[in-house]
Design a protein around this ligand. Structure first.
Ligand code: ZN
Length: 333
């Protein structure tokens, strides 16, 4: 990424083992994240050309001398943050706050170095058939992030859940809420193809209104009470406020949209009786369970990919997502 609207595919040196805890992966598939678009749009400024991409899965090509749990030739998935999976924060299930965490980058590539391989990577039971790779790839970030939104919002069987945001994370938040037993799922979306996928993933009602009207609609649909759990998957001031105001007293908001300009007033926090938990999703916590759900056909999060491109054309993926012509671009090195 050179700057706004300027993504180039260039020949770079092959990644090498640096620390004895590293692994080198041959990437099977990668993708473009909604959060990558902040730099594409020039909202996040880059000071120099930067290798991009933090979603990855692939075959282990080489391991450092201290790596014990991952073998060469295995198909593995890891989080967008590398983590040791042993420190107090990891043990509490917050691997994205790991005391030794390292943000992954440069995964939109043919190969990548993964630090802390033992803690970060989880292998599938065997090398997967090609058709499972899109769904497995989503577990690296987007599906795990949707899952964390639902877990953080304390979704329980029988609950009424509202999902703010119809990007890939929001849609996979719908899927997570359904898997966790929500009885009603109110998906907030104005885009027809996304509404369709939301319904496939388990949304029972679609709310097209936003802001004050969106809050009023959620209240209408819940006898004036509000949703038991709300998933905030956008990250704007409006979406965060809307999420809090749509939640019933005693309910929780799980917020995973990377905030841009969010300023929640203290009075709203105080008066709402709503619990907030969010942040960069500890997808490593969910990997073993989600790999199993994909492997056994219980979930198919890979449906969020509606555009497939070779790595050489990845800039088209950024463009299509920025224009909202695509939900999410699947990229093959
Ligand atoms: Zn840790």
């Amino acid at each position: 990424m050179y700057g706004p609207g300027d993504v180039r595919v260039e020949e770079r040196d092959d990644p090498k083992i640096v620390e004895p805890t590293d692994a080198i992966l041959r990437i099977s598939a990668t993708c473009v994240c909604g959060s990558d678009l902040w730099a594409w749009r020039g909202i996040n400024r880059l000071t120099e050309p930067t290798p991009f991409g933090h979603e990855y899965c692939g075959i282990v090509e080489e391991i450092g001398s201290e790596v014990t749990s991952i073998k060469v030739g295995e198909f593995v998935i890891g989080s967008f943050f590398a983590s040791d999976n042993t420190c107090p924060h990891c043990r509490a299930g917050y691997q994205t706050s790991c005391q030794h965490r390292a943000l992954m980058s440069g995964c939109q590539a043919e190969a990548v170095r993964v630090p802390l391989a033992d803690g970060t990577l989880v292998a599938t039971p065997e090398v997967p058939p090609k058709e499972l790779i899109p769904s497995l790839l989503t577990l690296s970030d987007v599906a795990g992030t949707g899952w964390f939104a639902a877990a953080a919002a304390n979704v329980q069987p029988g609950m009424t859940v509202a999902v703010v945001g119809d990007g890939a994370v929001g849609l996979l938040g719908v899927l997570a809420a359904a898997q966790l037993g929500a009885e009603r799922i109110l998906a907030m979306s104005r885009h027809e193809p996304r509404q369709k996928l939301a319904r496939e993933y388990g949304a029972t009602e679609i709310v097209t209104e936003r802001g004050d009207e969106g809050v009023a609609r959620i209240k209408d649909l819940t006898d004036g009470i509000g949703a038991d759990a709300v998933l905030e998957c956008v990250g704007t001031d409006e979406s965060m406020t809307q999420a809090i105001r749509s939640t019933r007293p005693g309910g929780f908001v799980g917020f995973v949209g990377v905030p841009h300009g969010v300023n929640v007033p203290g009075e709203l926090l105080f008066s709402s009786h709503v619990g907030l938990l969010g942040g960069p999703a500890p997808v490593r916590r969910f990997l073993p369970d989600l790999i199993d759900r994909v492997w056994t056909g219980k979930i198919d999060p890979g449906k969020v990919f509606d555009l497939t491109l070779p790595l050489e054309q990845i800039a088209d993926g950024y463009r299509a997502m920025d224009d909202r012509r695509a939900i999410k671009a699947f990229v093959l090195p």
